[in-house]
Design a protein around this ligand. Structure first.
Ligand code: FAD
Length: 328
Protein backbone atom coordinates (compact mmCIF):
# COMPACT_ATOMS: atom_id res chain seq x y z
CA UNK A 1 0.00 0.00 0.00
CA UNK A 2 2.68 2.52 0.96
CA UNK A 3 4.64 1.68 -2.20
CA UNK A 4 1.54 2.38 -4.27
CA UNK A 5 0.87 5.62 -2.40
CA UNK A 6 4.45 6.77 -2.89
CA UNK A 7 4.19 6.06 -6.63
CA UNK A 8 1.16 8.32 -7.13
CA UNK A 9 1.84 11.50 -9.11
CA UNK A 10 2.00 14.52 -6.75
CA UNK A 11 -1.40 15.76 -5.73
CA UNK A 12 -3.22 12.60 -6.80
CA UNK A 13 -5.78 11.50 -4.22
CA UNK A 14 -6.63 7.87 -3.58
CA UNK A 15 -9.17 5.81 -1.70
CA UNK A 16 -9.74 2.35 -0.29
CA UNK A 17 -12.90 0.32 0.23
CA UNK A 18 -13.67 -1.94 3.17
CA UNK A 19 -15.67 -5.17 2.92
CA UNK A 20 -16.71 -7.76 5.44
CA UNK A 21 -17.08 -11.49 4.73
CA UNK A 22 -20.74 -12.42 4.18
CA UNK A 23 -22.27 -15.16 6.29
CA UNK A 24 -24.18 -17.05 3.59
CA UNK A 25 -23.36 -18.49 0.15
CA UNK A 26 -25.98 -16.14 -1.33
CA UNK A 27 -24.32 -13.16 0.36
CA UNK A 28 -20.95 -14.30 -0.98
CA UNK A 29 -22.14 -14.59 -4.53
CA UNK A 30 -23.80 -11.16 -4.35
CA UNK A 31 -20.64 -9.63 -2.96
CA UNK A 32 -18.49 -11.32 -5.60
CA UNK A 33 -20.52 -9.67 -8.37
CA UNK A 34 -20.57 -6.32 -6.58
CA UNK A 35 -16.84 -6.38 -5.93
CA UNK A 36 -16.09 -7.14 -9.56
CA UNK A 37 -18.31 -4.21 -10.60
CA UNK A 38 -16.94 -1.81 -8.02
CA UNK A 39 -13.30 -2.63 -8.65
CA UNK A 40 -13.83 -2.09 -12.37
CA UNK A 41 -15.81 1.13 -12.18
CA UNK A 42 -14.34 2.77 -9.07
CA UNK A 43 -10.70 1.61 -9.15
CA UNK A 44 -9.75 1.80 -5.47
CA UNK A 45 -6.03 1.92 -4.68
CA UNK A 46 -6.66 -1.00 -2.36
CA UNK A 47 -9.43 -2.86 -0.56
CA UNK A 48 -9.56 -4.12 3.01
CA UNK A 49 -11.22 -7.21 4.47
CA UNK A 50 -12.43 -7.18 8.06
CA UNK A 51 -11.65 -9.82 10.68
CA UNK A 52 -14.07 -10.97 13.35
CA UNK A 53 -12.66 -10.43 16.84
CA UNK A 54 -11.17 -13.62 18.29
CA UNK A 55 -10.88 -15.10 14.79
CA UNK A 56 -14.62 -15.70 14.43
CA UNK A 57 -14.53 -15.03 10.67
CA UNK A 58 -11.02 -16.38 10.00
CA UNK A 59 -11.91 -18.74 7.13
CA UNK A 60 -14.41 -16.39 5.53
CA UNK A 61 -12.07 -13.40 5.81
CA UNK A 62 -9.31 -15.34 4.12
CA UNK A 63 -11.68 -16.52 1.40
CA UNK A 64 -12.73 -12.94 0.73
CA UNK A 65 -9.08 -11.81 0.76
CA UNK A 66 -8.36 -14.54 -1.79
CA UNK A 67 -11.17 -13.34 -4.03
CA UNK A 68 -9.93 -9.74 -3.84
CA UNK A 69 -6.21 -10.38 -4.17
CA UNK A 70 -6.04 -13.42 -6.42
CA UNK A 71 -9.16 -13.40 -8.54
CA UNK A 72 -9.79 -9.70 -8.88
CA UNK A 73 -6.14 -8.65 -8.69
CA UNK A 74 -6.86 -5.95 -6.12
CA UNK A 75 -4.21 -4.83 -3.67
CA UNK A 76 -5.70 -6.27 -0.50
CA UNK A 77 -5.23 -5.48 3.15
CA UNK A 78 -6.34 -8.10 5.65
CA UNK A 79 -7.51 -6.79 9.02
CA UNK A 80 -6.17 -8.97 11.82
CA UNK A 81 -7.07 -8.70 15.49
CA UNK A 82 -4.96 -10.20 18.24
CA UNK A 83 -6.76 -10.08 21.55
CA UNK A 84 -8.23 -13.42 22.56
CA UNK A 85 -6.49 -15.01 19.61
CA UNK A 86 -4.23 -17.99 20.11
CA UNK A 87 -0.79 -17.55 18.61
CA UNK A 88 -1.40 -20.48 16.24
CA UNK A 89 -4.41 -18.70 14.77
CA UNK A 90 -2.41 -15.51 14.23
CA UNK A 91 0.39 -17.56 12.63
CA UNK A 92 -2.06 -19.35 10.38
CA UNK A 93 -3.69 -16.09 9.29
CA UNK A 94 -0.33 -14.55 8.44
CA UNK A 95 0.91 -17.65 6.62
CA UNK A 96 -2.33 -17.94 4.65
CA UNK A 97 -2.25 -14.24 3.79
CA UNK A 98 1.32 -14.59 2.56
CA UNK A 99 0.43 -17.66 0.51
CA UNK A 100 -2.38 -15.69 -1.14
CA UNK A 101 0.00 -12.88 -2.05
CA UNK A 102 -1.58 -10.45 0.43
CA UNK A 103 1.14 -7.96 1.42
CA UNK A 104 -0.84 -5.71 3.78
CA UNK A 105 -2.15 -6.23 7.29
CA UNK A 106 -4.20 -3.83 9.41
CA UNK A 107 -2.93 -4.84 12.85
CA UNK A 108 -5.65 -4.41 15.47
CA UNK A 109 -6.32 -5.31 19.03
CA UNK A 110 -9.97 -6.19 18.49
CA UNK A 111 -12.60 -5.94 21.14
CA UNK A 112 -12.22 -8.35 24.04
CA UNK A 113 -15.35 -10.05 25.30
CA UNK A 114 -16.97 -8.00 28.03
CA UNK A 115 -16.08 -10.38 30.85
CA UNK A 116 -12.44 -9.64 30.11
CA UNK A 117 -12.91 -6.35 31.90
CA UNK A 118 -13.77 -5.73 35.51
CA UNK A 119 -13.38 -8.53 37.99
CA UNK A 120 -13.28 -11.59 35.77
CA UNK A 121 -9.97 -12.69 34.31
CA UNK A 122 -11.32 -13.57 30.86
CA UNK A 123 -9.41 -15.86 28.46
CA UNK A 124 -6.66 -18.39 29.14
CA UNK A 125 -2.92 -17.79 29.34
CA UNK A 126 -2.18 -18.26 25.67
CA UNK A 127 -4.89 -15.79 24.63
CA UNK A 128 -3.09 -13.18 26.75
CA UNK A 129 -0.02 -13.33 24.53
CA UNK A 130 -1.29 -10.33 22.62
CA UNK A 131 -2.81 -7.63 24.74
CA UNK A 132 -2.59 -4.54 22.56
CA UNK A 133 -2.32 -3.93 18.85
CA UNK A 134 1.32 -2.97 19.30
CA UNK A 135 2.05 -6.57 20.35
CA UNK A 136 0.78 -7.74 16.98
CA UNK A 137 2.76 -5.11 15.07
CA UNK A 138 5.94 -6.26 16.84
CA UNK A 139 5.09 -9.91 16.27
CA UNK A 140 4.56 -9.43 12.53
CA UNK A 141 7.76 -7.41 12.13
CA UNK A 142 9.72 -10.01 14.08
CA UNK A 143 8.40 -12.94 12.09
CA UNK A 144 8.12 -11.41 8.63
CA UNK A 145 10.55 -8.48 8.48
CA UNK A 146 9.38 -6.07 5.81
CA UNK A 147 7.21 -8.57 3.92
CA UNK A 148 4.00 -6.99 5.17
CA UNK A 149 3.06 -3.35 4.96
CA UNK A 150 1.36 -2.75 8.32
CA UNK A 151 -1.46 -0.33 9.10
CA UNK A 152 -2.81 0.54 12.54
CA UNK A 153 -6.04 2.07 13.79
CA UNK A 154 -6.44 5.55 15.26
CA UNK A 155 -9.38 7.46 16.70
CA UNK A 156 -9.75 11.17 15.85
CA UNK A 157 -12.04 11.67 18.85
CA UNK A 158 -10.21 9.22 21.10
CA UNK A 159 -10.77 5.49 21.51
CA UNK A 160 -13.66 4.56 23.75
CA UNK A 161 -14.27 1.35 25.63
CA UNK A 162 -14.32 -0.07 29.11
CA UNK A 163 -10.52 -0.47 29.16
CA UNK A 164 -10.21 3.17 30.14
CA UNK A 165 -13.35 4.23 31.94
CA UNK A 166 -11.94 7.72 32.41
CA UNK A 167 -13.34 8.42 28.94
CA UNK A 168 -12.14 8.79 25.40
CA UNK A 169 -9.38 11.22 24.53
CA UNK A 170 -6.77 11.61 21.88
CA UNK A 171 -4.24 12.57 24.56
CA UNK A 172 -4.74 9.18 26.22
CA UNK A 173 -4.23 7.29 22.95
CA UNK A 174 -1.33 9.27 21.50
CA UNK A 175 1.59 7.62 23.33
CA UNK A 176 0.26 4.21 22.31
CA UNK A 177 -0.22 5.30 18.72
CA UNK A 178 3.37 6.55 18.66
CA UNK A 179 4.43 3.18 20.06
CA UNK A 180 2.59 1.36 17.24
CA UNK A 181 4.36 3.44 14.60
CA UNK A 182 7.75 3.03 16.28
CA UNK A 183 7.12 -0.73 16.38
CA UNK A 184 6.82 -0.73 12.59
CA UNK A 185 3.43 0.51 11.40
CA UNK A 186 3.55 2.05 7.93
CA UNK A 187 0.22 3.85 7.87
CA UNK A 188 -2.64 4.93 10.09
CA UNK A 189 -6.30 4.41 9.28
CA UNK A 190 -8.97 6.11 11.34
CA UNK A 191 -12.27 5.36 12.96
CA UNK A 192 -15.28 6.95 11.26
CA UNK A 193 -16.16 10.49 12.27
CA UNK A 194 -18.52 13.30 11.28
CA UNK A 195 -16.92 16.06 13.33
CA UNK A 196 -14.53 17.47 10.77
CA UNK A 197 -13.04 19.96 13.22
CA UNK A 198 -12.10 17.10 15.52
CA UNK A 199 -10.47 15.37 12.55
CA UNK A 200 -8.50 18.47 11.56
CA UNK A 201 -7.27 18.85 15.12
CA UNK A 202 -6.34 15.17 15.27
CA UNK A 203 -4.34 15.25 12.06
CA UNK A 204 -2.59 18.48 13.00
CA UNK A 205 -1.71 17.06 16.43
CA UNK A 206 -0.18 13.99 14.79
CA UNK A 207 1.73 15.89 12.13
CA UNK A 208 3.20 18.23 14.75
CA UNK A 209 3.90 15.53 17.31
CA UNK A 210 7.29 15.94 18.97
CA UNK A 211 8.27 12.34 18.15
CA UNK A 212 8.24 13.23 14.44
CA UNK A 213 6.90 9.74 13.59
CA UNK A 214 3.76 11.04 11.85
CA UNK A 215 5.46 13.76 9.81
CA UNK A 216 5.20 11.98 6.45
CA UNK A 217 3.16 8.91 7.43
CA UNK A 218 0.00 8.21 5.42
CA UNK A 219 -2.95 9.06 7.69
CA UNK A 220 -6.11 7.76 6.05
CA UNK A 221 -9.40 9.12 7.40
CA UNK A 222 -12.24 6.58 7.66
CA UNK A 223 -15.49 7.71 6.05
CA UNK A 224 -18.85 6.08 6.66
CA UNK A 225 -21.41 6.57 3.87
CA UNK A 226 -24.87 7.16 5.34
CA UNK A 227 -27.12 4.28 4.29
CA UNK A 228 -30.10 4.98 6.50
CA UNK A 229 -31.20 7.12 9.43
CA UNK A 230 -31.38 4.20 11.87
CA UNK A 231 -28.07 2.77 10.77
CA UNK A 232 -26.17 6.00 11.24
CA UNK A 233 -27.69 6.53 14.69
CA UNK A 234 -26.60 3.01 15.65
CA UNK A 235 -23.12 3.26 14.13
CA UNK A 236 -22.24 6.58 15.68
CA UNK A 237 -23.42 5.29 19.05
CA UNK A 238 -21.34 2.11 18.78
CA UNK A 239 -18.24 3.90 17.55
CA UNK A 240 -18.68 6.83 19.96
CA UNK A 241 -18.29 9.21 17.02
CA UNK A 242 -19.88 12.58 17.74
CA UNK A 243 -22.60 13.72 15.38
CA UNK A 244 -22.37 17.53 15.20
CA UNK A 245 -25.75 19.19 15.69
CA UNK A 246 -25.66 20.86 12.28
CA UNK A 247 -25.16 17.47 10.60
CA UNK A 248 -27.83 15.75 12.70
CA UNK A 249 -30.29 18.55 11.97
CA UNK A 250 -29.91 17.92 8.23
CA UNK A 251 -30.67 14.23 8.71
CA UNK A 252 -33.47 14.85 11.19
CA UNK A 253 -35.17 17.11 8.67
CA UNK A 254 -35.58 14.20 6.22
CA UNK A 255 -35.66 11.22 8.56
CA UNK A 256 -39.05 10.01 7.36
CA UNK A 257 -37.86 9.71 3.75
CA UNK A 258 -35.23 7.00 3.16
CA UNK A 259 -34.27 8.27 -0.28
CA UNK A 260 -33.74 11.79 1.02
CA UNK A 261 -31.64 10.49 3.94
CA UNK A 262 -29.36 8.80 1.40
CA UNK A 263 -29.19 11.91 -0.76
CA UNK A 264 -28.43 14.21 2.18
CA UNK A 265 -25.98 11.57 3.44
CA UNK A 266 -24.08 11.72 0.15
CA UNK A 267 -23.94 15.52 0.49
CA UNK A 268 -22.68 15.31 4.08
CA UNK A 269 -19.91 12.79 3.45
CA UNK A 270 -18.89 14.46 0.17
CA UNK A 271 -18.52 17.76 2.03
CA UNK A 272 -16.33 16.04 4.64
CA UNK A 273 -14.11 14.57 1.93
CA UNK A 274 -13.86 17.88 0.06
CA UNK A 275 -12.97 19.74 3.24
CA UNK A 276 -10.17 17.29 4.05
CA UNK A 277 -8.94 17.27 0.45
CA UNK A 278 -8.44 21.02 0.71
CA UNK A 279 -6.22 20.80 3.79
CA UNK A 280 -2.44 20.74 3.35
CA UNK A 281 -0.91 17.27 3.41
CA UNK A 282 2.70 16.08 3.18
CA UNK A 283 1.73 13.37 0.69
CA UNK A 284 -1.23 12.31 -1.46
CA UNK A 285 -4.59 12.52 0.29
CA UNK A 286 -6.31 9.20 0.87
CA UNK A 287 -9.74 8.21 2.16
CA UNK A 288 -10.99 4.89 3.48
CA UNK A 289 -14.67 4.03 3.00
CA UNK A 290 -16.54 1.71 5.31
CA UNK A 291 -18.81 0.36 2.57
CA UNK A 292 -20.77 -2.15 4.68
CA UNK A 293 -20.64 -4.12 1.41
CA UNK A 294 -22.96 -1.59 -0.24
CA UNK A 295 -22.28 0.08 -3.52
CA UNK A 296 -24.41 3.08 -4.32
CA UNK A 297 -23.74 5.67 -1.64
CA UNK A 298 -19.98 5.23 -1.86
CA UNK A 299 -20.08 5.38 -5.67
CA UNK A 300 -21.96 8.67 -5.56
CA UNK A 301 -19.56 10.15 -3.00
CA UNK A 302 -16.52 9.08 -5.03
CA UNK A 303 -17.98 10.53 -8.18
CA UNK A 304 -19.01 13.77 -6.47
CA UNK A 305 -15.56 14.28 -4.97
CA UNK A 306 -13.62 13.31 -8.12
CA UNK A 307 -11.83 10.50 -6.36
CA UNK A 308 -12.29 7.92 -9.12
CA UNK A 309 -9.00 7.66 -11.00
CA UNK A 310 -8.86 7.52 -14.78
CA UNK A 311 -8.84 4.08 -16.28
CA UNK A 312 -5.47 3.14 -17.79
CA UNK A 313 -7.35 2.56 -21.04
CA UNK A 314 -8.74 6.11 -21.17
CA UNK A 315 -7.19 7.97 -24.09
CA UNK A 316 -7.67 11.23 -22.35
CA UNK A 317 -8.05 11.31 -18.61
CA UNK A 318 -10.06 14.50 -18.84
CA UNK A 319 -12.85 12.50 -20.46
CA UNK A 320 -15.01 11.05 -17.74
CA UNK A 321 -16.41 7.58 -18.29
CA UNK A 322 -20.14 7.20 -18.73
CA UNK A 323 -21.79 9.22 -15.98
CA UNK A 324 -23.19 7.29 -13.09
CA UNK A 325 -26.88 7.75 -13.06
CA UNK A 326 -27.93 5.09 -10.63
CA UNK A 327 -31.04 6.12 -8.81
CA UNK A 328 -30.37 6.33 -5.06
P1 FAD B 1 -4.91 -0.61 20.57
O1 FAD B 1 -4.03 0.18 19.69
O2 FAD B 1 -4.30 -1.71 21.34
O3 FAD B 1 -5.61 0.44 21.55
C1 FAD B 1 -6.75 0.08 22.30
C2 FAD B 1 -6.92 1.03 23.48
O4 FAD B 1 -5.97 0.73 24.47
C3 FAD B 1 -6.69 2.51 23.16
O5 FAD B 1 -7.54 3.24 23.98
C4 FAD B 1 -5.26 2.75 23.57
O6 FAD B 1 -5.06 4.09 23.94
C5 FAD B 1 -5.11 1.82 24.74
N1 FAD B 1 -3.77 1.24 24.88
C6 FAD B 1 -2.98 0.78 23.90
N2 FAD B 1 -1.83 0.27 24.41
C7 FAD B 1 -1.93 0.40 25.76
C8 FAD B 1 -1.08 0.08 26.85
N3 FAD B 1 0.11 -0.48 26.65
N4 FAD B 1 -1.51 0.35 28.10
C9 FAD B 1 -2.72 0.94 28.34
N5 FAD B 1 -3.57 1.28 27.32
C10 FAD B 1 -3.17 1.02 26.06
N6 FAD B 1 -12.26 -4.67 15.06
C11 FAD B 1 -12.44 -5.96 14.67
O7 FAD B 1 -12.75 -6.81 15.52
N7 FAD B 1 -12.27 -6.34 13.37
C12 FAD B 1 -11.89 -5.47 12.39
O8 FAD B 1 -11.75 -5.84 11.23
C13 FAD B 1 -11.70 -4.09 12.77
N8 FAD B 1 -11.33 -3.18 11.86
C14 FAD B 1 -11.07 -1.88 12.25
C15 FAD B 1 -10.63 -0.95 11.31
C16 FAD B 1 -10.36 0.36 11.68
C17 FAD B 1 -9.84 1.34 10.64
C18 FAD B 1 -10.58 0.77 13.03
C19 FAD B 1 -10.33 2.19 13.44
C20 FAD B 1 -11.02 -0.15 13.98
C21 FAD B 1 -11.27 -1.47 13.61
N9 FAD B 1 -11.70 -2.43 14.53
C22 FAD B 1 -11.89 -3.74 14.15
C23 FAD B 1 -12.01 -2.04 15.92
C24 FAD B 1 -10.82 -2.23 16.89
O9 FAD B 1 -10.45 -3.59 16.98
C25 FAD B 1 -11.30 -1.71 18.25
O10 FAD B 1 -11.55 -0.33 18.20
C26 FAD B 1 -10.42 -2.05 19.45
O11 FAD B 1 -11.15 -1.72 20.63
C27 FAD B 1 -9.12 -1.29 19.52
O12 FAD B 1 -8.23 -1.73 18.59
P2 FAD B 1 -6.82 -0.97 18.35
O13 FAD B 1 -6.10 -1.75 17.33
O14 FAD B 1 -7.04 0.46 18.15
O15 FAD B 1 -6.15 -1.22 19.81
Amino acid sequence: ITTKIAALPPGTPYFSLEFFPPKTPMGSSNLRARLARMSHSLRPLFVTVTWGAGGSTADRSLELAELCQRELGLTTCLHLTCTNMKRELVDRALEDAKALGVRNILALRGDPPREDYGYSDGGGAEEKEFEWAVDLVRYIRKGYGDYFCIGVAAYPEGHADESHPEGQSLEHDLPYLVEKVKAGADFVMTQLFFDVEAYDKFERRLREHESGVFKDLPIIPGMMPIQSYQMIKRTTKLSHAKMPKAVMDRLDAVKGDDEMVKKVGVDIVSELVTHIQNQPSPGPRGFHFYTLNLEKAVSFILERTNLIPCSPTDDDCAIVEEPMSLPL
